[in-house]
Design a protein around this ligand. Structure first.
Ligand code: ZN
Length: 488
């Protein structure tokens, strides 16, 4: 008995030592310089004026039936030429798919693979009836309160302008890239990117162009979104979820509702929906999530830091906490969302058919076929047929040990100070879906700091970007390109 008690005490002591050692290994919140350093090389007010003009072109993607407004898109392309003369002096430009743009700055080395910065020119419309809810008119490009306001300020003209500012400065400085630098600006990202990025990808493939990496929107620095973490956290996205919608069609004999059997098509369809929603995909703390938790841990108070440093012990509790918030839960698994259910025509007639649509956003560890197979298995009812209505596979994961990833990390440290940087997963679709296979690695990161209220502004009201973000963003792209394509 004594021996056993000693054994337990010894084990507890050992666990305590491991827990504390691992916690200390992660460091504390006072380590390093965490102040974002606004670079002085960029004149934020001048950038703001140019973004303001960019916003005034109504480059709206309405829907696939409405052709793009040629005048707005042509005006935007002419504006770029006018606003960035030095960049246009060193880069070639071609128009693809009507209004998308490919820029190329030829490098001096024939050996190094090219790299591509991507962004999109189009914006979503302003929902009818919400125009008056904006503090500034949505297409005014108003400059007020340290920000540029308007549709596209964040998604995605702010990013496009930050890229162009960096190119202009590099060109004016006489920079000679060692490798080819491409800028790929799609014009219909908000509609799936098939006429823009899709056509760009086809053209570049036919020319045998293969990138070391591409870098798109889809992630950024977040601040105030993670409880207990005050510092901005740089999320470098290395993958993108896929999606599919499954249609469950239930069949049953018809007849009068006065003498029903046990089931009608409606009850069978409903049960199929319940079968998949009652069995959600398990949440998993994979390598990405562990890197993320370890990156934010040093920013947290001691107890939380101790919990995150010891996921071997606390994993289940942390998982439960992440599961409480739908947006964090979404990162941990394939999501299941029944969106439409329909069937039956008269209240006194037994329906013979009913169907339900369930939308899945697929984690990179799953795929479209496996999602369908799992649904069939869970429903386990021959009266229900299951078919996939469209589908997009999740992207492959990009490397976190490549030169490109390291250069991005380094650029974050130079421009934003020693903020936590971690790989992440993009939940929405981007133009990058068309560039998979065209590059060794596809990354997604916008070098702006997003506060908690910014997320609602994207595609919503009062979209705006801070002028200091524009200046830091331009500096970030410049640093990245000097690191990636500078003289050895
Ligand atoms: Zn976008």
């Amino acid at each position: 008995m004594k021996k056993l008690a000693f054994g337990i005490a010894g084990a507890v002591a050992l666990v305590a030592v491991i827990v504390i050692t691992r916690t200390l290994m992660l460091g504390g919140p006072d380590a390093g310089d965490r102040t974002a350093q606004t670079p002085t090389a960029y004149d934020g007010d001048a950038i703001a004026e140019r973004l303001s003009e960019a916003i005034r072109f109504k480059t709206i993607s309405w829907n696939t039936q409405t052709p793009p407004d040629a005048e707005a898109f042509d005006g935007f392309a002419a504006f770029l030429t006018r606003a960035y003369p030095a960049a246009h002096g060193v880069m070639s430009r071609e128009t693809v798919g009507g209004h998308s743009l490919i820029y190329k700055w030829a490098g001096t080395s024939a050996v190094e693979k090219p790299v591509a910065l991507t962004a999109h020119i189009d914006v979503v419309p302003v929902e009818t009836g919400t125009e008056n809810l904006w503090a500034q008119p949505a297409f005014s490009g108003a400059i007020a309160d340290g920000a540029v306001w308007g549709r596209g300020a964040m998604d995605n003209k702010g990013q496009l302008i930050a890229i162009m500012e960096a190119m202009e400065k590099l060109a004016a400085d006489g920079f000679a890239p060692s490798r080819d630098i491409y800028l790929l600006f799609g014009h219909d990202e908000e509609l799936g990117g098939f006429s823009g990025a899709g056509e760009i990808a086809k053209l570049l493939t036919s020319r045998g162009v293969h990138f070391e990496w591409t870098l798109d929107e889809g992630s950024g620095l977040v601040q105030g979104l993670i409880p207990g973490v005050a510092s901005p956290v740089a999320l470098l996205s290395i993958g993108e979820k896929g999606s599919t919608t499954l249609r469950f069609t239930a069949s049953a004999p018809g007849g009068h509702s006065s003498a029903p059997g046990k089931d009608t098509a409606v009850s069978i369809a409903a049960r199929a929906v319940v079968a998949v929603t009652d069995n959600p995909y398990p949440l998993e703390l994979d390598d990405n999530i562990v890197s993320f938790l370890h990156a934010i841990a040093p920013e947290m108070p001691f107890l939380q830091r101790m919990a995150l440093a010891n996921l071997w012990l606390t994993g289940a509790i942390i998982k439960d906490q992440l599961a409480d918030d739908p947006s964090t839960a979404a990162v941990l698994h394939t999501t299941t969302a029944p969106t439409i259910i329909e069937g039956g025509e008269k209240t006194n007639v037994l329906p013979q058919r009913a169907s339900a649509f369930v939308n899945y956003r697929i984690h990179p560890r799953d795929n479209v076929d496996a999602v369908k197979e799992r649904a069939i298995r869970l429903i386990d009812d021959e009266r229900v047929s299951v078919e996939a209505v469209g589908g997009r596979e999740p992207s492959p994961s990009a490397s976190t040990s490549s030169d490109g990833y390291r250069a991005m990390e380094k650029a974050v440290a130079r421009v934003f100070g020693e903020v936590p940087t971690t790989p992440f997963l993009t939940l929405q679709g981007t133009d990058t879906r068309h560039y998979i296979g065209l590059a060794d690695d596809n990354y997604r990161f916008t070098p702006f700091i997003y506060q908690s209220d910014d997320l609602a502004r994207i595609h919503g009201n009062d979209e705006r970007v801070l002028i200091e973000d524009l200046a830091r963003g331009a500096a970030w792209y410049e640093t990245l390109l000097r690191e990636t394509a500078g003289a050895p």
